[in-house]
Design a protein around this ligand. Structure first.
Ligand code: ADP
Ligand code: ZN
Length: 714
């Protein structure tokens, strides 16, 4: 029985969503729900939570009620379901009572498989008793962490959701969230009165996001370089201040990029406009404060840049998590400067109201800083922070792509430490570097630092590099920063070991030029890849046209990863198109034809430019036949032997293209040739068939007959 259900679920996954298999955990979650078991799902953004209730909703009799606090998202989610051929609707207070009434009628008539409701609506008077009149299969509580006062996003109305289990004890509830926090998770179960729920916690890793950190110096130019390599790819630049979002967006526009800005100081209309333009791929870049992103479902955000250091790893991870929800390769680039750290520290310390909190916040900031300065796999550090251990390096971060080399930095470190000692631990980093580099500025001279032994001992190293080495020393505990004493540098136990006990120190060499190569997208690409990119761009444009006509965001039509697979596989018939992940039968019916046409005309153009595309030559012939050319004409145009053109026709016929063979082969001829094929087998050499038939039939007729024979005897 259960086996049967999960098979149905798998079929529904393919039929409606176009996916071949469930991701880890999805299948188990679904089979539990099908057995009416309560379930808690903790999965990162982009992990595939929606499938966990949408598939059961489709296969179970009745209607699934989805409680979601994000009214703005409901419309998109419902549109995405409708495009997949799943009847769904949403109901919330933004609608007129007529609209709401119409939807209630659809529910009563059993016409819907999913209904999205806001918590307010769900708990409004009469709605629960309305639900008793319809056949509810399942309750899905999305963003379920909102129920917990411990979480970062508490919504008081959510606490009333316990009414669900009280009033509908038989109906399974699935609570879903992307928040990993243990306390919140426990709270969720208790508050919803879930009955012995099965808890599924998936890895919070987002392996498709390439993690990169670059020094903050000259960041605007680095951003424009980055954007050149991410032509037309949508992305977000997170900035610390509202002003910065505006000024960076304007600078980008002046440099010819498509950019806008978003922050909480704008009017709701302005914000909605910016967001909409981004969702629809009308604008490529949004420069935003952290106010942007919550409640944005755009799956094709290809990159996220942090213009400034985020204040903790939680925020950083949440923000980069907005990239690559479709699973396709994406980039997260963080700019790191010491000035940002200072700024954040000052902000935290000034914040008297939260004095008892600021200690913790400072520690969190330090962890963020350590991440930025790390010389080991960044993903390991991130996941470790969330209590998950990777068994090997990730291979998709700048450190893994370009492992830093180390050198014996003992002498260098000794020079710095000695200078710190000789200046009575009274200098900050800038002044220390001035001393080491032998600067004659007034601060150095007035303190008489030009008289100490290590003055100018580090002339050969640039200011920039000194800063980096000093940061490494800080991270390694070789020196400390006295935040409360004007950021002066202090010696530690470890420094003494290096200074006096011959302890050796390894330092990491930084090579900026190499850093660029660390990016996933810039490896010099083989021609095959370039062709793929060009086709992807064509498909993207087609998707945009279709989406605009249907008034939906482009990723609702197909995700980037689906388009990428199409660009790689170049499906030109129904079977091949349906094999692409993300092409379900409903979407095939709607869009399949247009995408096949686009792929075919792309390939034809490439061929005619002399770019050979494997497996496409027969399609050029097809195109020409469609235009009414004869075999002889085509052979002449393409400078090929007519026999080759006939073999194209045979291939087309075998692949199910609509080509008629009547002009080339009569029924009688076929019948005669088929006898020989039956004797020698359909895989026999044409030459053998030719001889067996007494050399009476031309080769091309034999080739065509083989195609027909194969089709008849499949
Ligand atoms: P979440 O709600 O957890 O943030 P979504 O449900 O939006 O994630 O899923 C993220 C992306 O992954 C979507 O594009 C979705 O279609 C895709 N996806 C989900 N499940 C599968 C699967 N089994 N196979 C392939 N893609 C999937
Ligand atoms: Zn790594």
């Amino acid at each position: 029985m259960v086996q049967m259900d999960i098979r149905e679920a798998r079929e529904a996954l393919k039929l409606y969503f176009g996916y071949d298999k469930f991701r880890p955990m999805q299948e188990e979650i679904i089979s539990n729900l099908l057995q009416k078991q309560d379930v808690v799902v903790l999965m990162p953004t982009g992990g595939g939570k929606s499938i966990c209730y949408q598939v059961p909703a489709v296969v179970m009799p009745g209607i699934c009620i989805v409680v979601s606090p994000l009214i703005a998202l409901m419309k998109d989610q419902v549109e995405a379901l409708l495009v997949n051929g799943i009847p769904a609707a949403y109901i919330n207070s933004s609608q007129s009572s007529e609209q709401q009434y119409a939807i209630e009628n659809q529910c009563l008539a059993g016409e819907l498989k999913l209904l999205y409701v806001s918590p307010e609506k769900l708990l409004s008077s009469g709605f629960l008793s309305f639900l008793k009149r319809i056949n509810v299969s399942l309750f899905a509580v999305d963003e379920a962490h909102c129920i917990s006062a411990w979480g970062h996003d508490f919504r008081p109305e959510y606490t009333q959701l316990k009414a669900l289990k009280q009033q509908f004890p038989q109906i399974p509830v699935v609570a879903l969230t992307a928040t990993a926090d243990k306390l919140t998770q426990k709270d969720m179960q208790e508050q919803l009165y879930l009955q012995n729920p099965k808890v599924f916690i998936s890895s919070f890793d987002r392996p498709n996001i390439n993690l990169m950190v670059k020094p903050g110096r000259d960041r605007f130019n680095k951003i424009t370089e980055f954007l050149e390599r991410h032509h037309k790819q949508p992305g977000i630049i997170y900035c610390l201040s509202r002003n910065a979002t505006e000024s960076i967006a304007n600078k980008l526009k002046t440099s010819g990029f498509s950019a806008t800005y978003y922050h909480a100081g704008m009017s709701p209309q302005q914000r909605a406009k910016a967001q909409e333009a981004f969702l629809r791929d009308d604008v490529q870049i949004v420069c935003a404060t952290i106010a942007f992103g919550m409640g944005i479902d755009k799956s094709n955000v290809r990159w996220v840049i942090h213009y400034n250091l985020p204040k903790n790893i939680e925020s950083y991870y949440q923000e980069i998590g907005r990239a690559g929800r479709d699973g396709a390769q994406s980039d997260a680039l963080l700019f790191y400067s010491f000035a940002d750290v200072m700024n954040l520290r000052n902000m935290l310390q000034d914040n008297d109201a939260a004095k008892n909190q600021s200690e913790l916040q400072l520690v969190k900031l330090e962890r963020m800083q350590q991440f930025a300065e790390a010389a080991a796999c960044r993903r390991r550090i991130l996941l470790q922070y969330f209590g998950e251990t990777l068994t090997k390096d990730c291979g998709n971060c700048d450190i893994c792509r370009n492992p830093p080399s180390t050198f014996d930095g003992t002498l260098l470190v000794q020079k710095a430490l000695s200078a710190i000692a000789r200046t009575q631990e009274n200098v900050n980093m800038t002044l220390l570097v001035d001393v080491l580099r032998g600067s004659r500025n007034s601060q150095v001279m007035s303190a008489g630092y030009d008289k100490i032994k290590t003055y100018g001992a580090g002339r050969d190293i640039s200011t920039m590099d000194w800063n980096r080495y000093l940061h490494q020393m800080l991270n390694a505990g070789l020196v400390e920063l006295a935040y409360d004493q004007n950021y002066t540098l202090k010696l530690t136990e470890q420094s003494k070991q290096v200074l006096f006990e011959g302890q050796k120190v390894e330092l990491v060499k930084f090579e900026e030029v190499k850093q660029q190569e660390a990016e996933a997208t810039v490896r010099s690409r083989p021609k095959r890849e370039l062709v793929k990119d060009a086709l992807f761009e064509r498909l993207r444009q087609l998707r945009k046209r279709i989406a605009d006509e249907a008034n939906v965001p482009p990723y609702v039509v197909f995700t980037d990863s689906t388009l990428q697979e199409m660009a790689a596989e170049k499906p030109t018939n129904r079977i091949a198109m349906l094999a692409i992940s993300g092409v379900g039968s409903q979407k095939y019916e709607r869009y399949g034809h247009e995408f096949i046409n686009e792929i075919m005309s792309f390939m034809t153009e490439e061929q005619s430019k002399g770019n050979k595309i494997k497996g496409a030559t027969h399609l050029v012939t097809f195109e020409a036949l469609q235009q009414g050319h004869t075999v002889e004409q085509i052979a002449q145009q393409r400078n090929l032997n007519p026999v080759t053109i006939f073999s194209h026709i045979a291939t087309l016929y075998e692949q199910g293209y609509n080509v008629s063979l009547n002009n080339y082969l009569t029924k009688a001829e076929y019948n005669a040739i088929a006898k020989a094929i039956a004797k020698l087998g359909a895989d026999a050499k044409l030459k053998d068939l030719f001889e067996a038939l007494g050399e009476q039939y031309e080769y091309f007729k034999i080739r065509l007959s083989v195609a027909v024979y194969k089709k008849e005897h499949q």
